[in-house]
Design a protein around this ligand. Structure first.
Ligand code: BTN
Length: 325
């Protein structure tokens, strides 16, 4: 643990109260100038710390910054977010950065997070709106021992983890739209972008990128998203801790990911169907090749969608854009 981390611990223990430079200097056995230098660094990280030559230092509020020490404090996972954890104030895309790390052999569980992205990527070459400080933008590196054709299982597992994490913290009615849109009251609150790197017939790594609109106000969204997108703040009228949500996601996801590898997809698939807003409904799915219409009957053991058309024929769809008719 660094001196900066130790200072932060003292300030947090005395949150809302002044801590003198003298006390910090004697507890940590370093000069007051060194304390002041580390406090400056904490401020650069984004912590709101008041300084007074007479009174010392005051941490003004519990930070909700996406910083490694905040995310890892009390995080109940074994590897997700516990290995390498890189947090940017700004980056192009956490998925792009995670891919670079994965290609350089970063271990499973490595995570990249950012306060904002300049090139946030969505599915189907769309962009992901990522206003600074409002949302969660994070990508995990996984190295699952499964066949490439089963990779959709990972996306669906992540969607279940996001939905359950959000339900546990916000108590909102969160639903999943195949394959990985997270909806609240029919509007999109979060999205998952899974990118796979394969080698022959095995998976080298999977990047699971998650964007959640947490504290985004309605007028922060660009006009074209306002009717389609929502946030936890819009749905509840109150701000939520991004750190608490991110931790809950990592804990749920690691638990389901272990289950997937040990006992298979059946239970996760049942959870997914219970959370899905489309099971049994009449839907349209636009794939690269064509548009399908029919009732969604199920998802199969690889996470593909099974659609029954008006003639009773079942179509197995691996990827596409779904709308409920
Ligand atoms: C979707 O289109 O629904 C998927 C959106 C995924 C957005 C997240 S934000 C963090 C990660 N980095 C990216 O560039 N995209 C994903």
């Amino acid at each position: 643990m660094t001196t900066k981390d130790n200072i932060l611990i003292y300030l947090k223990e005395n949150e809302g109260n002044w801590v003198s430079g003298e006390l910090l200097s004697s507890r940590l056995q370093i000069s007051r100038a060194a304390i002041s230098k580390q406090v400056r660094k904490l401020k650069e990280d984004g912590y709101r710390i008041e300084t007074s030559t007479k009174k010392g230092y005051l941490l003004q509020d519990r930070s909700d910054l996406l910083l490694a020490q905040e995310i890892q404090e009390g995080l109940k996972t074994r590897i997700f977010g516990k290995k390498e954890l890189i947090c940017f104030k700004e980056t192009d895309s956490t998925n792009i950065q995670a891919k670079i790390l994965a290609a350089a052999h970063a271990p499973e569980g490595t995570m990249v997070a950012a306060e904002t992205q300049t090139l946030g990527l969505g599915r189907k070459k769309r962009t992901w709106f990522a206003p600074a400080g409002d949302g969660i933008y994070a990508s995990l590196i996984l190295r699952p021992v499964i066949a490439p054709e089963q990779a959709s299982r990972i996306t669906l597992t992540a969607a279940v983890a996001v939905a359950e994490a959000l339900i546990s913290i916000t108590r909102l009615a969160v639903q999943i739209k195949w394959p990985n849109d997270i909806l609240i009251n029919g509007k999109k609150a979060a999205g998952i972008l899974t990118e796979i790197s394969t080698e022959m017939d095995s998976i080298d790594h999977v990047i699971v990128g998650l964007g959640i609109n947490v504290n985004t106000a309605k007028d922060t969204f660009p006009a074209e998203l306002r009717e389609k997108a929502t946030s936890i703040f819009i749905e509840t009228g109150q701000p939520f801790s991004r750190i608490a949500i991110l931790k809950a996601y990592l804990e749920h996801f690691e638990c389901y990911y272990n289950m997937l590898q040990k006992t298979g997809f059946a239970e996760i698939s049942n959870r997914w169907k219970a959370l899905s807003n489309v099971t049994g409904k009449y839907i349209a799915v636009q794939t690269i090749a064509k548009k399908y219409f029919g009732h969604m009957v199920d998802i199969d053991s690889d996470g593909a969608l099974l659609l029954k058309d008006s003639r009773g024929k079942i179509h197995r769809i691996v990827s596409g854009d779904l709308s409920v008719k």
